[in-house]
Ligand binder design. Structure first.
Ligand code: ZN
Length: 469
C-alpha cells in the first residue's frame, strides 16, 4: 500500500507561532493535501504538535506563577488557532507531555541503554538555557551563545548519561548519508552535514540532572531526558500510540528550518539505528526569512504574525504569498510592499480577473457547458510538488493563467457569437477548472470556490475572488 507520512517539528511552547513555524507548517499542509488527493485521504498522515519539556519551560512557567503543564496548556491553543486560521489540515497534534508519548520515549531510552549505547559520565561546559543545550567554547561568540547574544551562558558541570553518537555516526550514519539510504535536502544542506561529520563528532549528553520537568530515565530516575532527544521521538511515538497509524512509520518527510537540521539528519538517525528502527526517507530543511533585509525578532519589533497576514491578504492570499516568496529550501527576504504588489498582480489581476471575465461572458451567453471528465494534476506541477519545489509548481500554474488571459485578449470573445463563442468559453472553462484543481493544495478554499462556480451547466458571474489592495 502506498502511504505518505509528513511531519513538522514540534514547536517549543516558549514561543508563539511566527512566520518561520507558519512557513514550515504550511509547506507540510500543501504536501499532505497533495498526497491525500493522489493516494486517498486515509493513506496520508500529517503530524504536528508541541514540545513541552525542559528547563526553559519550567522557568517561563515560574515567571507566570504557573505550573509547567498549566503554562503549556495556555500556549498550545495559540498554535492550534494559528493553524486553523491558515486552514492547515493536520491529522494529529501531538504534545510531548502526553503520557502515551512519555511511555514510548521512555521505552526507547531503555532499549538504547540495554543495547549498550548509553554510558554514565560528567559533562562540563557553557550551557545556554535559551537553547537548552551545552556549547563548545569554540562555538561561542564573545563568550555568549550565538543564538542568544543578549544572555550569559552558565558554566555547568553535572553527572549525565551519554549516547555513543560518535560510533554510530561513523559506522552507520555517514555511509548511509553517502549512499543516499535516506535523503537530506536540499543538496547544499546535505553537504553541510557531511562536512560537519568530517570535522569530528562527539558523543552527546542525553540527560540532565538538575532539570525535573522532563521524562525521567527509566534506569535512573534522578535524571531526565535531554529535551531535544525526547522531542525527536514524537515522530515515532505518534505512530505507535495512535490507532491504525503503525503503517505510517518510517516517515516519508521530516520538514524543518535549517537551524535544527543536525538534530533531524544525524542525531535522530543515530538513535533510530541504535534502537533498530527503520529510518525516515527524506529530511528537508528550508531556509530563513529576513524582512526588508533585517532579521525578524521580537526585540526589533518587526515580526509578522499569521493573523496580520490573514487580515491583509485573506487565508489563501497569505498561503500563496508565503509559499511563493522564495525557492523552497533557500533563504529569502520578504516585505509587505512586495507582498502587496504580488497580491495585486497575481491574485487580484491574474487569477481573480480571469475568473471574473470568463464567468461574466459565460453568464451573458446563456449557454450550457460541460465540465469534462475527472480532473488531474498536470504532470509537471505534480513533479515539482513531489520535489518540494512549491514555487516552481505555482509558476507553472500561473503560466497557464497568463496564457489563457493572453488568448482571451487576442480572440476578443466579446466580439464573438454562436458556435465560436461557445467553443471558446467551453475550452476556457475546462482550462480554469484544471487550474483550480492543480491549485487545491496551495489554495484550498479558492480552488473549491472556482470548481463550484464552474460546475455548469449554466454559469453565473461572481464577485471578485481577491479584492485589490
Ligand atoms: Zn542559546
Amino acid at each position: 500500500m502506498k502511504k505518505y507520512y509528513v511531519t513538522t517539528p514540534i514547536y517549543y511552547v516558549n514561543d508563539a507561532p511566527h512566520i518561520g513555524s507558519t512557513y514550515t507548517t504550511l509547506a507540510a499542509d500543501i504536501i499532505a493535501r497533495y498526497y491525500r488527493e493522489k493516494l486517498g485521504k486515509d493513506n496520508v498522515f500529517f503530524l504536528t504538535g508541541t514540545d513541552e519539556h525542559g528547563q526553559k519551560i519550567a522557568e517561563s512557567a515560574k515567571k507566570n506563577n504557573q505550573t509547567p503543564i498549566e503554562f503549556a496548556d495556555s500556549i498550545v491553543p495559540k498554535f492550534k488557532e494559528a493553524w486553523k486560521l491558515l486552514n492547515i489540515n493536520y491529522d494529529y497534534f501531538i504534545r510531548t507531555t502526553d503520557p502515551r508519548h512519555e511511555k514510548i520515549a521512555s521505552d526507547l531510552l531503555q532499549k538504547l541503554h540495554d543495547k549498550g549505547y548509553i554510558y554514565p559520565g560528567t559533562y562540563e561546559g557553557p550551557y545556554c538555557v535559551g537553547c537548552e543545550r551545552y556549547y563548545k567554547e569554540s562555538e561561542l561568540l564573545n563568550n555568549r551563545c550565538p543564538l542568544h547574544p543578549d544572555k550569559d551562558v552558565s558554566y555547568q558541570k553535572e553527572r549525565n548519561y551519554f549516547f555513543k553518537l560518535k560510533e554510530v555516526v561513523e559506522n552507520e550514519v555517514l555511509p548511509k548519508i553517502k549512499n543516499s539510504d535516506y535523503k537530506i535536502l536540499p543538496e547544499i544542506r546535505k553537504n553541510e552535514v557531511l562536512a560537519r561529520i568530517e570535522q569530528g563528532v562527539e558523543d552527546i549528553s542525553i540527560s540532565r540532572e538538575g532539570v525535573t520537568w522532563g521524562i525521567p530515565l527509566p534506569w535512573d530516575k534522578n535524571q531526565t531526558c535531554y529535551v531535544w532527544v525526547e522531542a525527536l521521538m514524537n515522530y515515532y511515538s505518534a505512530t505507535r500510540f495512535l490507532e491504525n497509524k503503525e503503517i505510517f512509520w518510517p516517515a516519508d518527510l521530516h520538514l524543518m528550518a535549517k537551524d535544527i537540521l543536525w538534530f533531524h539528519a544525524v542525531i535522530w538517525e543515530a538513535i533510530l539505528i541504535a534502537a533498530e528502527i527503520e529510518l525516515p526517507k527524506t529530511i528537508f530543511a528550508h531556509g530563513f526569512f529576513t524582512r526588508d533585509g533585517q532579521k525578524m525578532s521580537k526585540s526589533l519589533g518587526n515580526v509578522i504574525t499569521p493573523q496580520e497576514l490573514v487580515d491583509k491578504y485573506g487565508v489563501d492570499g497569505s498561503r500563496y504569498l508565503l509559499i511563493s516568496a522564495v525557492a523552497f529550501g533557500t533563504d529569502g527576504d520578504i516585505s509587505l510592499e512586495a507582498f502587496d504588489q504580488k497580491y495585486n498582480a497575481d491574485l487580484a489581476n491574474g487569477l481573480g480577473n480571469l475568473v471574473s471575465r470568463v464567468t461574466k461572458l459565460a453568464e451573458k451567453s446563456d449557454f450550457e457547458f460541460e465540465i469534462g471528465n475527472k480532473n488531474h494534476f498536470d504532470k509537471n506541477v505534480a513533479k515539482h510538488i513531489e520535489n518540494y519545489r512549491f514555487d516552481e509548481a505555482l509558476k507553472l500554474i500561473w503560466q497557464k493563467i497568463s496564457d489563457l488571459d493572453k488568448k482571451t485578449n487576442e480572440i476578443e470573445p466579446w466580439k464573438l457569437e454562436g458556435k465560436d463563442l461557445r467553443s471558446f468559453l467551453q475550452e476556457s472553462i475546462l482550462t480554469i477548472r484544471h487550474i483550480a484543481y492543480n491549485l487545491q493544495s496551495f489554495m484550498p478554499q479558492t480552488a473549491e470556490k472556482i470548481l463550484d462556480d464552474f460546475k455548469g451547466p449554466k454559469i453565473k458571474s461572481v464577485e471578485p475572488l481577491f479584492p485589490r489592495i
